[in-house]
Design a protein around this ligand. Structure first.
Ligand SMILES: C[S@@+](CC[C@H](N)C(=O)[O-])C[C@H]1O[C@@H](n2cnc3c(N)ncnc32)[C@H](O)[C@@H]1O
Length: 387
């Protein structure tokens, strides 16, 4: 057993000469019967081998030994230092997998294979009433603080996913009668049927009881929908941005989105179209999640580590693949379109999750606050020149 190794650790780096290294699994004596000693011979200086060494070792160990003996950490046999490869090797393997999945997703068959419709819809959003109430409260309370006038007649929610309840709550809270709501999504995340709004109203009312919501115009209006006494004019429209721009006529008094703008690969045409469709005194309330969705806990900036080309190769065709716009870009974009910025609330983390030098060059130059911003709630009003 090499110095500094614990039971269950793998002994990495025994030099067999001629550029070959060996892994030896260090096991307690009583389980030595489980299988042969692992000796993987890999060329020491081959970069591919360096990358693959740790996962290959783990795989081999899994084959021969019970899970509790698969090392959680691989150390160098003489220095005891942890093998530096696992993180980067995991990343490279993930990049290879993502590239395959991304390129296959340019075809309808590939998309269906990797992102079946139902699974995608479920991954995108929740359809529970408690989630809808949370979304509604989040946006409505901030708008209220900023002087929002509830007398609106046309509401648009962009990228609602399966969260129909949010649109229904807005409709009811704005008084119901005379108010219309359009839910526009680029992906068919749900199929409205004759009873979808009725069921959603019932769920929202049950949740209102659980939360101890007082009776209000909102709950009274929902009761009418649940009893099928009123059919709210709420449309669920699925189409791309161009088709939506062509069909939308009168401007909207309120445009909402939650965790949607980051999924639009090229946001500018959509933002421009939304600016065009905001009434002169209308409002927009857009919450944007700026974290790498695949590694929120470990490294929320991981997606910024790829070069533009590598990122394109791994994310471009993924349905709902994340763009890499940062908070200030969204603000500048709307400012450049003459929208009035009423609030730009940022959630800012205490520290960077990774060394700045690991980021792709163009992101290294961003200031610290921008990099540590993981969420933006951007509230705007209609264009200055039309106001
Ligand atoms: C993370 S989900 C959020 C859903 C919902 N707003 C919520 O908070 O649960 C992102 C939504 O944006 C939609 N989306 C993605 N790209 C879009 C685009 N280019 N235009 C409109 N919606 C888009 C997705 O279909 C999905 O419903």
């Amino acid at each position: 057993m090499g110095p500094g190794l614990r039971l269950g650790d793998a002994d990495f780096g025994a030099d067999l000469g001629e550029g070959v290294v060996e892994y030896r699994l260090v096991v307690p004596r009583d389980v030595a019967a489980y299988g042969p000693r692992i000796a993987l011979e890999i060329p020491r200086f081959s970069s591919l081998a360096r990358v693959l060494s740790a996962p290959v070792c783990r795989m081999a160990l899994r084959t021969f030994y019970p899970p509790r003996f698969v090392p959680s950490r691989i150390t160098h046999s003489t220095t005891g230092a942890p093998l530096p490869m696992p993180t980067s090797s995991r990343k490279i393997i993930r990049a290879l997998w993502r590239t395959g999945r991304n390129l296959s997703s340019c075809t309808p068959i590939g998309r269906r294979l990797f992102f079946p419709r139902q699974a995608l819809a479920e991954a995108f959003s929740s359809d529970t009433a408690s989630y809808s109430w949370r979304l509604f409260e989040r946006h409505s309370s901030r708008l209220q603080q900023l002087g929002f006038d509830w007398r609106v007649s046309r509401i648009l929610e962009v990228g609602p996913g399966r969260s129909v309840g949010n649109g229904l709550l807005w409709w009811a809270a704005c008084g119901g009668e005379g108010v219309s709501v359009t839910l526009w999504d680029a992906h068919p995340n749900m199929t409205p049927d004759a009873t979808w709004l009725q069921n959603a109203a019932r769920d929202l009312l049950e949740e209102a009881d659980r939360r101890g919501e007082p009776e209000s115009r909102t709950t009274r209006t929902l009761q009418k929908v649940a009893a099928a006494a009123v059919a709210p004019p709420i449309d669920y429209v699925v189409c791309d941005q161009r088709s939506f721009a062509a069909r939308a006529e009168a401007p909207y008094d309120l445009i909402l989105s939650h965790s949607c703008f980051e999924h639009i690969w090229e946001p500018e045409p959509t933002l421009s179209m939304l600016a065009d469709h905001t009434a002169a005194l209308g409002w927009q309330s857009n919450q944007i999640d700026l974290m790498d969705h695949g590694s929120r806990e470990t490294n929320y900036l991981e997606m910024l580590e790829y070069s533009d080309f590598a990122y394109w190769m791994t994310a471009r065709f993924i349905p709902g693949g994340l763009n890499r716009w940062r908070a200030q870009q969204f603000i500048d974009c709307y400012e450049g379109m003459d929208m009035v910025i009423v609030a730009a609330d940022r959630r800012i983390q205490d520290e960077l999750p990774t060394d700045r030098s690991r980021l792709a060059k163009r992101f290294q130059q961003l200031d610290e606050r921008e990099l540590r911003t993981t969420e933006l709630h951007l509230i705007t009003r209609g264009r200055r020149d039309t106001g």
